[in-house]
Write a protein that binds this ligand. Sequence first.
Ligand SMILES: [Fe+2]
Length: 283
Amino acid sequence: MIKPVALAATHMECRDLKESMAVMTDLLAFETISEEPGEAILKHPNSPWVLVLHQAGAEAPAKPMHNHWGVRVQTTEEVDRAYAYLTAHKKEYKLGAIGKPTWSHGSYSCYFVEPGTNGWEIECYEDFARKEVAAQKFGGVKKPHWEEIYPEEKFPGRGYVPQAFTHGTLVSGDMEVSKNFYTSVLNLEVHRFSGHVIYVKHPSAQTYIVCALRENPKVFSPNFRNTLTVDAKAAVNEAYQEFSARGQELGITELWPVQENNGSASFCFRDPGTNCWEIASRN
Ligand SMILES: [Fe+2]
């Protein structure tokens, strides 16, 4: 069993880096941490989770909406204003479909597609978070993910302010198998939301990944993955040895070699539900 110290990053494959970056920064309040040809690292100021964009060109496969990420606003009015703002700027930012806000799983949400075909959700758990007992459920992921409000001055003129980068998504072909894998192999917390949805998270943060049952999910490249950090290079190598030796038994369906970069080590693998992950050492 690995001992992750954080669910540190999530990776999104896009078609044109600049186009996707513009959506992340101008419409979702991400900040650019670094940028190099074909790759950029972004972060929401209120969230520890880092978003890494990988440019894969115009031929990058289209992603279904059930593979999406989400940011959270404080009020349902903001979701309505976000829908209006996105609709008014659809052409400018080359957005795909923008769904009218709807209620689902306790959230009032607006879903849209960015130019790289990835789905994004602007969610609001205002009503849910108000009910103290309900808000404690599911590892507290529906409570506000911020200690300090990200002020409107920092994201003016849109009528809504994303307060945190809250969640991503995973797919599963067998919920029990996925649940066991995330708890016993990756040592993560799992909270059951329903018969076909679990929430996966690291105990150190509220950031979570929604894992939902899907029939015949599309298989994507490691450009679409989540990164768990471990505390040293030795722990990466140890995990790699174990996954190499006992992969099939553990539920690893694909394993990529260890890579070393600027003193840190990492490798990617695919879980039983076809999702790619990366285990990396902290720099
Ligand atoms: Fe979502």
